[in-house]
Design a protein around this ligand. Structure first.
Ligand code: S3P
Length: 180
């Protein structure tokens, strides 16, 4: 069964996925890295050469290529929820967890990452008002896609990972009781 972590850029998906994988002894797939490996091109190059729609197609293809029955933790890119087929896929194959933090926290983390030279084409202009609007526009998509939401600004990442695992196990039990 997949455990898919969704949420805006900077919400902590990659960090929590790694810690969750260690804790639950599950392999972790960072979808951005998987795209780069499959396409043999950076996220920046994919956006530039294929546009956002081309990147989204590569992103969906990367998720669709993952083994359907495998036990996996997946750190999804922040925009994957804008592809409805990807949401259907992740919901069909396991639990979907929204990692969330208030905009100010996200902005602080993203500004630090930008300073360190990350490869996020949607933040290349450092237009934080536009980024905030993007976060606001995506929140309903995260809410609709997720089975539950866990905040990442109130606890250390390893505690957050533990919380995610506890919620996932409870979700799995409920489904088993319901015969799903
Ligand atoms: C994107 C988020 C990025 C990456 C790409 C687009 C987005 O992943 O997939 O730059 O549209 O929000 P992270 O959320 O891991 O930064």
């Amino acid at each position: 069964m997949w455990i898919s972590l969704i949420g805006f850029m900077g919400s902590g998906k990659s960090t929590v996925a790694r810690l969750l994988g260690e804790r639950a002894l599950l392999p972790v797939v960072d979808l951005d890295r998987e795209i780069v490996r499959r396409e043999d091109a950076s996220i920046g190059v994919l956006f530039r050469e294929r546009g956002e729609a081309g990147f989204r197609a590569a992103e969906f293809a990367a998720m669709d290529s993952l083994p359907p029955q495998a036990d996996l933790v997946i750190a999804c890119g922040g925009g994957l929820v804008t592809t409805p087929a990807a949401v259907t896929l992740m919901r069909d194959r396991g639990s979907v967890i929204w990692l969330d933090a208030p905009w100010e926290t996200l902005r602080t983390r993203l500004a630090a990452a930008a300073q360190a030279g990350d490869d996020r084409p949607l933040l290349a202009s450092r237009d934080w008002d536009a980024a905030r609007a993007l976060d606001a526009s995506r929140r309903p998509l995260y809410a609709r896609a997720a089975d539950f939401r866990v905040r990442t600004d109130q606890t250390a990442p390893d505690i957050t990972a533990r919380r995610v695992l506890t919620r996932h196990v409870a979700w799995q039990r409920q489904r088993a009781v319901a015969g799903l």
